[in-house]
Design a protein around this ligand. Structure first.
Ligand code: ADP
Ligand code: MG
Length: 329
């Protein structure tokens, strides 16, 4: 099989939304008149962002999910994406799995693969996703206001726990491992929540490098500080092991306190939304969570005093530092 057969077989599908999809020198999109276009790129490199043993369908899902997560953090609705793929060789089993996982998530969001590039080289996946948001409605990092509540969606820390099990520093039972491994390998982009928060949240970011580190970007851009309380890490709200509730999963709630706060606050790879909203919007935030079927937890408050203060459940500041992920640190 050659390059063009590969593209046709695995990546070309009939266009639903695009004027012109895969197959010509350019794709043609018809943007909704009056909307702003939101664009985001993310690259996944073998050994750096994923393990070489990962199931290809899960990798296809994750490659798109991390890009959709960026659109979610801006309150944008996905429309299309491109895929630049570098492959060591043509492996049909791998390509079948990868394209299936990728296109399944794409279909769920009506986000079309409209083009890309395919070349031989080390395994490397680069996706650029396009979305739309009404002018003035995009959720940005720079708009957090003093007094805002701070929230996080879903659960944080599970992906990090899965990574530590792979690394051999943590041991958990098989069922719990499957659950946290799924959180690491097939994250859920919080698109519906981002859209529901458009007129409600002041600032938002998606959590890829660790909750506190990513919140730090909001604080820096908004020139404010924050106080984060950790009582929400004391218990899981989950009733069954499969149910996903706000804050932390039952699996994480079983870890010793020190590990729990480290993984939840600085774990990374969560792809949840961290956002701020005025206190008077609390009911609207709950309505947005309800409407989008996405749990959210209130975890702190934006302060005038710059810097990030984390307090333990007794209200005492926690002085240890939480390093978040930085490729060049
Ligand atoms: P060109 O040489 O004109 O850049 P290519 O030969 O790279 O075109 O690609 C042919 C067509 O296939 C183009 O429409 C391109 O967007 C599309 N394409 C290439 N690789 C991919 C891929 N991995 N996924 C989706 N579309 C792709
Ligand atoms: Mg090309």
């Amino acid at each position: 099989m050659g390059e063009f057969d590969l593209i046709t077989r695995y990546f070309k599908r009939p266009s639903q939304r695009a004027v012109l999809g895969v197959g010509d020198d350019c794709a043609l999109l018809a943007p909704t008149s009056g909307m702003h276009m939101a664009i985001s790129s993310d690259m996944l490199v073998e050994g750096r962002h994923f393990l070489s043993t990962v199931d290809p369908a899960r990798l296809g899902h994750k490659a798109l999910a991390v890009n959709l997560s960026d659109l979610a953090a801006c309150g944008a609705e996905p429309t299309a994406f491109t895929l630049a793929l570098s492959l060591p060789r043509i492996d049909e089993v791998w390509l079948e799995g990868f394209s299936t996982g990728l296109l399944q998530l794409a279909n769920e969001h009506r986000c079309e693969l409209v083009g890309g590039d395919t070349t031989q080289g080390p395994l490397n996946i680069c996706i650029t996703a396009f979305g739309e948001v009404p002018p003035g409605d995009a959720l940005l990092r720079q708009n957090a206001q003093v007094g805002d509540d701070i929230y996080v969606s879903g659960t944080v820390g599970d992906a990090r726990l899965a990574l530590e099990v792979f690394r051999g520093t943590q041991a958990i039972d098989a069922k719990a491992f499957e659950a946290v491994r799924a959180r690491m390998e097939t994250p859920t982009p919080r698109i519906a929540l981002g859209i529901a928060l458009r007129a409600i949240a002041n600032a938002a970011i998606d959590v890829s490098d660790g909750l506190l580190g990513d919140l730090g970007h909001i604080l820096q851009r908004s020139q404010v500080g924050a106080q984060i309380d950790t009582t929400w890490l004391q218990h899981s709200n989950t009733f069954g092991e499969d149910a996903q509730a706000a804050g932390i999963s039952l699996t994480l709630a079983h870890l010793p306190w020190n590990k729990r706060i480290e993984f939840a606050l600085a774990g990374g790879d969560d792809y949840e939304l961290c956002f701020t909203a005025p206190v008077h919007q609390r009911e609207m935030v709950h309505a947005a969570a309800w409407e989008s079927n996405t749990p959210v937890t209130r975890i702190g408050r934006i302060t005038q005093t710059q810097g990030l203060v984390v307090t333990d459940p007794e209200g005492h500041p926690i002085t240890r530092r939480f390093a978040s992920f930085d490729h060049f640190a």
